[in-house]
Design a protein around this ligand. Structure first.
Ligand code: TYD
Ligand code: MG
Length: 459
């Protein structure tokens, strides 16, 4: 085989989104992040060197009818919330990326999965490039008992890891973390965009050719020269993110991409002294400690995937001391809050421009579904008028710019979840009320509204 000549070239990568550029940039022209430019040397094979093409059995084009499809084989991890986000279990031979801020609990959750699977007698390999074996043992002691079918090693060279996989023949491999790994095929430093990509490509090949499931941990990095997990989202089968406030105990596992299932499912966990434990009833958990009879507090229902979750929305509206009112939002997009306040000001004449407003979703959850709009509106009006909302009332509905309350999907499921937790009055869009099934209306009294002005009249 003729040795292909290669020449070295400098490329500037964005460590946030992976954008490549021939020149240096201060702000990434694709994702808009600042200070994410990283200069890397890559080898480029010289054009014009032709390889002889060989058409083997796998690359022969086939009609659909000739392709054998096997049902995706799924392994249950023993953690229901984890399996739910994966779409019903771990798919054999898939490559899964688990991203999240440092210290959020990524190593812990995968060690728990490893504990359950090893106790089922499955062979696993945990490769750490970050911690020593004794550090991992210390964490494992907190997490529980492990069987000997879980093997551990500390290594960062992927060619060595490949050999270890060859020898140990595990069913599942955990790589902690991709930013510490390097593949000798790429010459850039570990953590650089080109190295992280080359390492992921090596792992992808391994998982597909050997049918091994590989979990890859990726740290979210704000800036600097280390590539973030977004750079490799497009290369893997499934992308999960573990989110939450480091200082609060709950954690949310969110699917962002899934070739084998839906992506909007979430799993809720709580960090305890002995690892992450599942929260099977997130609504009850989110509402615990709710004040009774306080103004500015209301319960709204948001759909997260197939599961409705009840959350408490709080607003504090106070007269502003400065010309420019302050607006703060936690757990929700501030622009959404500004928009809804403008709607209230224009459509029903509340003098909100003279007031500061603070809106908060308690429990530290982040909500993006438009169905929580009505909850934000009600919390703001309740605080503005200083009139508390009935403790047994909940609401959902999207609010448009004309002040109209628009219908949202799955009203029946939302009502059923709230009813389960003892709520019996519901404010919902009139259009959704018309489509409600009979069972939903028993036990819960619905009030249909079509404009925000109808909501204000209820106070
Ligand atoms: P870790 O899984 O190491 O985070 P990551 O791999 O995402 O960087 O989790 C680290 C944090 O979790 C650390 O602050 C300690 C805490 N923790 C607990 O509170 N309880 C436990 O049982 C464990 C194992 C960790
Ligand atoms: Mg870790």
């Amino acid at each position: 085989m003729p040795q292909s000549r290669a020449k070295e070239k400098t490329i500037f990568f964005c460590t946030s989104c992976g954008n490549e550029s021939g020149k240096w940039f201060g702000k990434c022209p694709v994702c808009g992040e600042f200070n994410t430019c990283s200069e890397e040397k890559v080898r480029e094979s010289v054009k014009g060197v032709k390889r002889a093409a060989v058409l083997n059995e796998e690359s022969t084009p086939l009609p659909l009818s000739k392709i054998n499809s096997e049902q995706d084989e799924r392994i249950k991890s023993g953690i229901d919330e984890f399996d739910r986000v994966l779409g019903g279990g771990i798919v054999k031979g898939s490559l899964v990326l688990l991203g999240g801020d440092p210290g959020i609990g990524k190593s812990t959750i995968l060690l728990e999965v490893a504990r359950n699977l090893s106790n089922d007698g499955r062979k696993l390999l945990y490769v750490s490039g970050e911690e020593s074996l004794s550090q991992i043992k210390m964490r494992a002691k907190r997490v529980g008992n492990f069987s000997d079918s879980l093997l551990l090693m500390t290594e960062t060279d992927l060619s060595v890891i490949e050999e270890a996989i060859e020898k140990a023949a595990p069913q599942l491999v955990i790589i902690d973390s991709i930013q510490t790994m390097y593949s000798p095929e790429a010459e850039a430093a570990p953590g650089s965009v080109s190295q992280v990509r080359a390492s992921t490509a090596t792992l992808m090949r391994l998982s597909k050719t050997k049918g091994i499931t590989i979990f890859v941990i990726g740290h979210v990095t704000k800036e600097g020269n280390v590539a973030g997990p977004r750079v490799l989202e497009h290369m893997v089968d499934t992308v999960l993110y573990l989110e939450g406030d480091r200082y609060a105990s709950y954690r949310i596992l969110r699917g962002v991409k899934n070739r084998f299932g839906s992506t909007n499912e979430i799993g809720v966990f709580e960090m305890t002294g002995s690892g992450l434990s599942e929260v099977p009833d997130p609504s009850g958990y989110m509402l615990s400690g709710r004040p009774e009879g306080a103004s500015g507090s209301v319960v709204a229902v948001s759909m997260e995937g197939t599961r409705p979750i009840l959350i408490e929305i709080q607003a504090l509206v106070t007269r502003s001391n400065f010309g420019m009112p302050r607006r703060t939002a936690v757990g929700i997009d501030i622009n959404r809050v500004n928009l809804l306040m403008a709607v209230l000001e224009k459509r029903i004449g509340l003098k909100l421009s003279e007031y500061d407003a603070y809106v908060n979703i308690t429990g530290g959850m982040r909500m993006n579904e438009p169905a929580v709009d009505l909850g934000i509106v009600m919390a703001i009006v309740s605080s503005y008028k200083d009139k508390p909302i009935d403790d047994h009332l909940f609401c959902f509905g999207e609010v448009g710019l004309s002040g109209e309350v628009r219908s949202v999907s799955q009203a029946d499921q939302r009502i059923a979840e709230a009813h389960k937790l003892g709520f019996d009055k519901c404010i919902l869009p009139k259009a959704s009320l018309a489509k409600l099934s009979k069972e939903s209306s028993s036990g819960v009294k619905p009030y249909g509204v079509s404009f925000v002005s109808d909501v204000v009249k209820l106070f």
